[in-house]
Design a protein around this ligand. Structure first.
Ligand SMILES: CC(C)(COP(=O)(O)OP(=O)(O)OC[C@H]1O[C@@H](n2cnc3c(N)ncnc32)[C@H](O)[C@@H]1OP(=O)(O)O)[C@@H](O)C(=O)NCCC(=O)NCCS
Length: 161
């Protein structure tokens, strides 16, 4: 990984392209028990979702959001930080970027799903003013079978980003 001096510089925010997809897949596979396949990432890019990476010399964080002007809603599909760089503010930085983008493109709300067992992600979203609006039963695969998803929503009109 990057040297500490390297990290004193700001990480670069870039749109995800196929060149950086291998790095994203490496993070995805080393982070999630049920990682997305290359095909899913390619579909996100083909469907025109906003796919972003953040990092110094390599990809360290990525985030994927779809933003619909028609229903004024943004849906965050993925947010992931390289394991050894977690808890340094990078997840929050990427989430802020995605939410600013959504606001600039006319979204009034942002929604996402999260595993209730994912305490780090739940704490991040809570601290960013996301609130529970529902549950999707048995939404995620897990080792014991299925796990529910919490549906979280944030109003983008009232809180400063
Ligand atoms: C969830 C995730 C994106 C957070 O990113 P991160 O860069 O580690 O988080 P940040 O350093 O930006 O932390 C922001 C806030 O989130 C919360 N948080 C982050 N990690 C936490 C942890 N391990 N335990 C408790 N709270 C945590 C805290 O409120 C933290 O604020 P604080 O440091 O001021 O207390 C990261 O842990 C990750 O990539 N996890 C694996 C993939 C994943 O689960 N993605 C979410 C799918 S819904």
């Amino acid at each position: 990984m990057s040297a500490p001096a390297e990290q004193l510089r700001r990480p670069m925010l870039l749109p995800l392209d196929e060149q950086r997809l291998d790095e994203v897949l490496e993070i995805e596979q080393s982070t999630y028990q049920h990682p997305w396949s290359r095909e899913i990432f390619l579909d996100c890019m083909r469907f025109g979702y906003s796919c972003w990476t953040l990092g110094w010399q390599q990809v360290d964080v990525y985030g994927i959001i779809s933003i619909s002007r028609v229903v004024q809603e943004a849906h965050i599909f993925n947010l992931c930080v390289r394991r050894e760089l977690q808890r340094r503010g990078l997840g929050r930085t990427m989430l802020n970027h995605l939410l600013r983008l959504a606001t600039a493109r006319g979204a009034a709300t942002a929604i996402l799903e999260v595993r209730p067992s994912n305490t780090a992600a739940c704490a991040l979203y809570h601290s960013m003013h996301f609130r529970k609006v529902g549950v999707r039963p048995r939404y995620y695969r897990d080792n014991a079978g299925r796990e529910d998803a919490l549906m979280l929503m944030r109003d983008l009109r009232h809180k400063a980003l």
